[in-house]
Design a protein around this ligand. Structure first.
Ligand code: HEC
Ligand code: HEC
Ligand code: HEC
Length: 91
């Protein structure tokens, strides 16, 4: 019985855990493969999740619009990170 309670507490803990982002994500399309280093980017913005996430950080649908607006715009404004096609899209 005691063991069962411990297991249930552990399961509840795991269930309540929020989503954890992977260290990196890749997107493949006809222009090539894009690698997005999530962990490195978190550090680059000093943990300011709101640079990319609205509200509580959760999954973002990364599409062409997001890539060419949010991603590229920040690289431009910080004068760091790729702004050329081949900087993000690797063949
Ligand atoms: C430079 C942009 C950027 C910053 C800054 C950023 N994220 Fe993200 N995050 C993303 C993108 C893009 C995705 C979606 C990746 C995917 O699923 O394709 C994502 C996904 C996530 C997810 C969902 C993981 C999943 O698979 O369900 C979590 C949780 C998350 N981020 C947490 C954070 C937290 C916490 C911070 C701040 C400490 C943060 N992010 C900062 C861009 C960013
Ligand atoms: C809020 C600012 C910001 C946003 C938003 C952002 N980046 Fe970056 N990114 C940077 C900075 C700063 C660097 C350069 C780091 C360096 O050279 O020291 C960088 C570098 C990169 C690099 C070069 C390889 C690497 O990781 O060092 C790639 C590729 C890249 N970003 C892809 C993306 C993609 C794809 C997205 C959107 C999903 C994105 N970035 C969103 C700030 C941003
Ligand atoms: C800052 C990074 C970045 C730069 C620079 C960039 N892209 Fe993208 N691009 C993305 C991301 C992220 C996506 C969405 C990924 C996905 O949906 O597979 C994307 C999607 C696309 C798509 C859609 C592909 C598909 O099959 O859905 C095309 C086409 C494209 N980009 C062309 C370009 C061209 C041309 C340039 C240069 C003028 C360029 N990109 C520069 C990040 C970038």
């Amino acid at each position: 019985m005691k063991k069962l309670v411990i297991i249930m507490v552990l399961l509840a803990f795991v269930g309540a855990n929020v989503a954890i982002a992977a260290d990196s994500y890749t997107y493949e399309n006809k222009k090539g493969t894009i690698t997005f280093q999530h962990k490195a980017h978190q550090e680059r913005v000093n943990g300011d999740c709101a640079k990319c996430h609205e509200g509580t950080p959760a999954k973002i649908e990364v599409d062409k619009n997001f890539g060419h607006k949010t991603c590229k715009a920040c690289h431009k404004s910080m004068k760091k990170g790729p702004t050329k096609c081949s900087g993000c899209h690797k063949k």
